[in-house]
Design a protein around this ligand. Structure first.
Ligand SMILES: Cc1ncc(COP(=O)(O)O)c(C=O)c1O
Length: 417
């Protein structure tokens, strides 16, 4: 969560005051948000739901994924990317990321097999995936592309908003995200058929409320309808998102410029695919070794990408164990149609990703950081880099030659952790 204030309180209060708490036939906040967010994204259809996890699962249901299908996912993402594949009955196949911390296009191409139907690309920590390369591979091999933009709200890739480049995308509006209503999510697509199916996945009674679209057969699903309170809060947050992102982007640019002379201490910025459209929620550095990254975070207490506790495949215990559903008969790993899919995992399977993840340190930005705090961050990164490299000499005369941290207050924990 970045900025929430009186405007959100007023928007939510008026929904309660007016007793307009249900989206269909009573209130208009969800409808308004869906229309406004679709326009903001430059896409035709947005559908609100209760979480990013459900938005992902609805997106995959809309595509018709199911038993017999493999879906490629990156080794580094929140585990809902993997579990949402399993909700459809399909099997997630885990592939490497690259230095950008996002899925490696080469790893996608190498992993494509006869059962591969789709790839979920995750704009992790708000950093865009290499979408040009990914879309080229996907079109060549006839794969669906699902964009997990849960962490990428407000960000873009070469002018298109994250989530709108593939066949269908998903966002999260949980507490930690760039735009929040505490808990919430949405899908986006410009394909009307996918939109209708995703809405049916979100609400089994969707056709009662909205009318039945021609040629579409409703199917059974769970209920995950958004509330007007979510819609009201998101309508305010949507007015804030561009300013939030632009402030984080400015801060990131300043930090990168201020630490550019620290390469000789092993501080190398991670590659960014579309820097001018980056969410910029983090400044990421790829250190020469895991030990050096460990020493860095001892001084500057931020987060190593591979050590968040839940964003790397080695931490997805139930997926690795093949516990794909609550009931064994519903478990995709047991489903006969999945017999020819790659269904086993081991903790060393993406060693290249682990190497990168244990070397990547993430310094969070914050739209509310002031100049003094940004200067303190730049200074402290210099100190931590010096200590972690075992020396304090830098090429940059502006970085103070000291091991003393600037005590200015800022939250150095990673965003979205
Ligand atoms: C990359 C990614 N995918 C999916 C999700 C799931 O979103 P939610 O927590 O809203 O269910 C998250 C949330 O943390 C996420 O970061």
């Amino acid at each position: 969560m970045y900025i929430v204030g009186e405007e959100e309180i007023e928007a939510v209060s008026s929904v309660i005051r007016e007793k307009k708490l249900f989206r269909y036939q009573i209130g208009d906040q969800c409808d308004r948000f869906e229309a406004r967010y679709a326009e903001y994204l430059g896409a035709d259809h947005v559908g609100l739901t209760v979480s990013g996890s459900f938005a992902l699962s609805a997106a995959m249901t809309a595509l018709g994924l199911g038993p017999g299908d493999e879906v490629l996912i990156p080794a580094h993402t929140y585990m809902a990317t993997a579990t949402s594949v399993l909700t459809t009955g399909a099997i997630p196949v885990i592939v490497d990321i690259d230095e950008s911390i996002t899925i490696s296009p080469q790893a996608i191409e190498d992993a494509i097999g006869p059962r591969t139907k789709a790839v979920v690309v995750v704009h992790m920590w708000g950093a865009a995936c290499d979408m040009d390369a990914i879309m080229k591979i996907a079109r060549k091999h006839n794969l669906f592309v699902i964009e997990d933009a849960c962490q990428g709200v407000g960000g873009g890739y070469k002018g298109s908003k994250l989530g709108t480049i593939g066949d269908i995308g998903a966002y999260s509006f949980n507490y930690y995200k760039n735009m929040t209503c505490g808990e919430g999510g949405a899908f986006v697509t410009s394909d009307p058929r996918l939109a209708e199916r995703a809405k049916c996945a979100i609400d089994p009674c969707h056709f009662y409320w909205n009318g039945k679209a021609d040629g579409l057969e409703p199917f059974s699903s769970n209920g995950a309808r958004a509330s007007e309170i979510q819609g009201a809060m998101l309508n305010v947050q949507l007015d804030r998102i561009d300013e939030i992102i632009s402030k984080m982007r400015d801060e990131k640019k300043r930090i990168l410029a201020g630490t550019a002379g620290l390469g000789n201490l092993g501080l190398h910025p991670s590659p960014i695919h579309s820097p001018d459209h980056d969410c910029a929620a983090h400044v990421m550095y790829l250190m020469p070794s895991a030990q050096q990254a460990d020493r860095f975070v001892e001084v500057f207490p931020t987060v190593i990408a591979g050590k968040t506790g839940r964003h790397t495949y080695t931490e997805w215990d139930h997926v690795l164990r093949g516990a794909g559903a609550a009931h064994p008969a519903m478990n995709p790993y047991n489903h006969p149609d999945n017999a020819a899919c790659r269904r086993t995992y081991d903790k060393d399977m993406c060693a290249r990703s682990l190497d990168i993840l244990y070397r990547t340190v993430m310094v969070p930005t914050d739209p509310e950081h002031d100049d003094a705090e940004i200067e303190a961050i730049i200074h402290n990164i210099g100190v931590a880099a010096g200590v972690s490299a075992g020396e304090i000499a830098t090429e940059d005369a502006n970085i103070k030659q000291t091991t003393e941290l600037d005590p200015a207050k800022f939250d150095s924990k990673s965003n979205d952790i």
